[in-house]
Design a protein around this ligand. Structure first.
Ligand SMILES: *Cc1c(COP(=O)(O)O)cnc(C)c1O
Length: 387
């Protein structure tokens, strides 16, 4: 598409950064399964020399995420954690990072078990109250790391307020936007410097690819991260770039259904006698609801809840009696998944640290898919009645 100015996000999901293939007119971006490119003469090429540096299928995906998030450049990696790794490589020994304490377990593991050994210093704190972050800022603070809604407690962090704290400290703000997607939340518009996605989740949307994305507005940052991507080499292959592009085409319609199913299931769980607490930012009494309303378009299909007696035994009984929901790691696909954070996604966080953030043994996290909500509700009801 020649002119993308002023197009809405539901159009950009389909056309953002993509034009019919110049070589053939193919409407879908071809899978350029090649490592290298013929050069016409010394120093003369069509913009591609070697596929670690650039590949046309990957380029289309990189332009797509930039279009969706309002960035000036995008970068695609072999996984979400490879994208996290590239961001960490912006830093130097002694630099300090303030991160939310309620974040994806794999990011926590990389920070504490890999990058602390390289001399990076992490401070983990609750970020629902910006003054907690302010207190930890010093002259070594170089980065603030935010996930919102948080995983799995569904806390809401005020992105604009964090951007303000970061920029006053001369630091950059990174937002992991995996849970919300650009359909529900656009952190660059709110002042973030880098947006990260595990495209493995909602962007890919079909649980068939592992991939990570970054996008940013600032040209210096884009240049440095592009240099890191090429120097370190944690790129995605063209087939995975294609699958993610194909997933993104339906992102807007999928999110609409995830949200519609999400509100019905959250309300169903809230009133259920076998459920103690439900964490979902769409509830008016959720402590982050007002901020969520301000910075998000809708509340999504990620819901966590604690079974009535809060025990591992009851949580396990509910999970094993689910039929439509599948017990699995991951989230954001068309199919509904149920997970047990304490033993699965967040097992790498020490129990004491977990308990501080509310990740108790009775907590179940749902990724509500796009099936018929009646079937999902009946499934949960049947399973909950077993306890
Ligand atoms: C899954 C996930 C990641 C890591 O992505 P991978 O593609 O699994 O490497 C990072 N952040 C969040 C919020 C995630 O859910």
């Amino acid at each position: 598409m020649k002119d993308q100015n002023g197009l809405k996000i539901g159009t950009l999901t389909i056309h953002g950064g993509q034009s019919p293939d110049p070589a053939s007119g193919a409407v879908m971006t071809p899978i350029y399964q090649t490592s290298t490119y013929a050069q016409e003469a010394l120093g003369v090429n069509k913009g591609y020399e070697y596929s670690r540096t650039g590949n046309p299928t990957r380029t289309a995906l990189e332009k797509s995420i930039a279009a969706l998030e309002g960035g000036s450049a995008g970068l695609a990696f072999g996984s979400g954690l490879a994208a996290v790794d590239a961001v960490m490589k912006l830093l130097k020994p002694g630099d300090e990072i303030i991160s939310t304490n309620d974040l994806y377990g794999g990011s926590y593991r990389q920070f504490t078990k890999v990058y602390e050994d390289f001399g990076l210093v992490f401070h983990f704190t609750g970020m629902s109250d910006p003054s907690n972050v302010e207190k930890r800022v010093n002259e070594k603070t170089k980065m603030i790391w935010v996930e919102t809604p948080t995983n799995p407690m569904m806390n809401i962090i005020d992105i604009a307020a964090m951007a303000d704290v970061a920029h006053r400290a001369g630091a950059i703000l990174v937002v992991d936007n995996t849970f919300a997607t650009p359909i529900l939340q656009r952190p660059l518009d709110l002042g973030a410097d880098i947006v990260l996605h595990s495209a493995t989740k909602y962007l890919g949307g079909h649980s068939d690819v592992v991939l990570g994305l970054l996008t940013m507005k600032n040209d210096e940052l884009a240049k440095r991260l592009k240099f890191i991507q090429n120097s370190v080499g944690a790129i995605c292959g063209p087939m995975d770039a294609f699958l993610t592009l194909r997933g993104i085409k339906t992102l807007d319609v999928r999110m609409e259904r995830h949200c519609k199913n999400g509100v019905r299931i959250a309300e169903f769980l809230k009133d259920h006698p076998k459920v103690d607490r439900v964490y979902w930012p769409g509830f008016e009494d959720h402590p982050g609801h007002e901020i969520a309303k301000k910075q998000m378009e809708n509340y999504g299909g990620m819901i966590s809840f604690v079974v009535k007696d809060g025990t591992l035994e009851s949580a396990s009984k509910v999970i094993s009696n689910l039929n439509v929901f599948t017990l699995a790691e991951s989230l954001g696909g068309v199919e509904s998944l149920a997970g047990h954070p304490a033993s699965m996604t967040h097992a790498s966080i020490p129990p004491a640290e977990r308990a501080k953030t509310g990740i108790v043994d009775g907590l179940i996290r749902l990724s509500v898919g796009i099936e018929d909500a009646d079937d999902l509700i009946a499934d949960l009801d049947r399973a909950l009645k077993q306890i």
